[in-house]
Design a protein around this ligand. Structure first.
Ligand SMILES: Nc1ncnc2c1ncn2[C@@H]1O[C@H](COP(=O)(O)OP(=O)(O)O)[C@@H](O)[C@H]1O
Ligand SMILES: [Mg+2]
Length: 439
């Protein structure tokens, strides 16, 4: 099938905007007759000004205007630039949930991109920790406050799809042309110049969500950054590609509330506890209990689940059949069992499975180190690791750094310098000594 003609395109965009020819005429000041003639294919090379007025009337985004321009057989650069300069920035996909906490992370990324010109930021961390959610908030903030267009490309789980293709999914809220950017970026026939032309020089945030850079190739991202001066790239991934030019944000789980035996005042306002309570209230609007004792139990559940947002959501789901005390008892005894959704046929791989994958994909020496650190009940330092593993301090620091970026350990408050702990859920995996996971 050849490319669509200008008439077909105008009709398609007009129908998408849910406007009649008459309504579009009113908005655009182009006569109904001219619109009708164009749509019926009676005019194949309309005047550039007519196309510009129609594009404005339809509030078309930049990439849609480019498609229109190409369909007119247009090649003059000035005409294309004029058409595009009126385009409204492309909106990010709609948010599905609100965020608890994460203001600091979102602000840090936005400021790094706008004020400090860090043009490529990669958010790393475990599955379920909230990488996609933070990226979405960043996209909304950049769109609202700095008029950025969003090109949101969602990439599937690692590995090619069973049908042999590298599958990617594009949020339906984004114009169809975005899918072409995903295709180009991942495809065998990558042509930087073509993509640079599609993205242009305007302020644009390209989000590569759930991206394995080894599949795309960092050089492709760098080529786009070199060609598109207004472009910012935000990658979310479990593991960093450690590419020059890339700035990392290791996303740790939400802060851990203080111990449950003595719940601090206002513990229910802590982001992790708040998140759990909101899930519980949603599931049990009439039975929800926020007494100090219940909040105390939930603090304990949050701690056992490492305050990973997706884990807290699952914990709250189990709360439909387990009271807060029972939930706490289960979370202490067997927290991994709470990571399997009670929802029959729940979507996506179980969180527990992806956690196992994250442990499995570190190097054998790092896995060994994790096994050594997992049983430690108090925080440890880089120096402790050097002593324990019999390695020198720079090597120890490098390996602790790698585990932190992958989200398998977290920082804890300590008086003796930076201290860390293995996540409780990761430590439990080692405790169980599941042969395929650990060795
Ligand atoms: N800070 C947060 N507040 C509320 N819900 C969150 C938060 N972070 C993540 N979530 C929820 O947890 C789940 C996993 O988050 P997601 O952003 O998809 O994680 P990731 O991309 O790291 O796998 C989603 O249902 C998301 O809505
Ligand atoms: Mg994600």
């Amino acid at each position: 099938m050849g490319p669509e003609g200008i008439g077909t395109l105008v009709r398609r965009f007009r129908c998408q905007a849910r406007l009649t020819q008459y309504e579009l005429s009113e908005i655009s000041t182009v006569s109904v007759r001219a619109i009708r003639d164009l749509e019926n294919g009676r005019v194949e090379r309309p005047r550039q000004e007519t196309v510009r007025l129609i594009a404005n009337g339809l509030h078309l985004g930049e990439s849609q205007r480019l498609v229109l321009h190409a369909a007119c057989g247009g090649s003059a650069k000035e005409a294309a630039a004029k058409l595009i300069s009126d385009a409204a920035p492309i909106e990010p996909p709609a948010r599905i949930n609100g965020l608890s906490g994460r203001e600091a992370e979102v602000q840090a990324v936005v400021e790094a991109m706008t004020r400090d010109h860090n043009r490529w930021i990669t958010i790393t961390g475990l599955n379920g920790v909230g990488k996609t959610s933070v990226a979405l908030d960043v996209a909304h903030t950049l769109h609202k406050l700095h008029a950025y267009s969003t090109l949101w490309v969602s990439l599937d789980a690692p590995g090619p799809h069973p049908d042999g293709s590298d599958r990617f999914r594009v949020d339906s809220a984004v114009v169809a042309e975005v899918s072409r950017i995903g295709e180009h970026l991942m495809g065998d026939e990558f042509d930087a110049r073509q993509l640079v032309q599609m993205i242009g020089q305007r302020r644009t945030l390209l989000v590569l969500d759930g991206c394995d850079l080894k599949r795309i190739g960092a050089d492709r991202v760098l080529a786009l950054l070199a060609g598109c001066h207004g472009l910012r790239v935000l990658v979310t991934t479990r593991d960093s590609g450690a590419t020059p030019g890339e700035h990392l944000l290791p996303l740790e789980p939400l802060d851990v509330p203080a111990c449950e035996t003595n719940p601090p005042a206002r513990a229910e306002h802590h982001p992790a506890v708040q998140l759990m309570l909101s899930h519980i209230r949603r599931l049990q609007p009439r039975a929800a209990d926020t007494s100090a004792a219940t909040v105390g139990h939930l603090v304990g559940v949050c701690r056992a689940l490492d305050c990973i947002p997706a884990a807290l959501k699952l914990g709250a789901e189990w709360g439909l059949v387990l009271s807060p005390v029972q939930l706490l008892e289960r979370a202490r005894r067997d927290p991994l069992s709470l990571l399997i959704s009670p929802t029959v046929g729940g979507a996506g791989p179980a969180l527990r499975q992806t956690l196992e994958q994250s442990v499995r994909t570190v190097t054998a020496t790092d896995r060994q180190l994790l096994g050594l650190l997992a049983p430690l009940r108090t925080g440890w330092t880089v120096q402790d690791v050097a002593r324990l593993a019999g390695i020198d301090e720079p090597d120890s620091a490098r390996r602790v750094w790698g585990l932190l970026v992958r989200g398998l350990i977290r920082r804890v408050d300590g008086s003796a310098g930076s201290q860390f702990r293995v996540l409780n859920l990761v430590a439990r995996l080692f405790e169980m000594q599941e042969p395929e996971t650990v060795h």
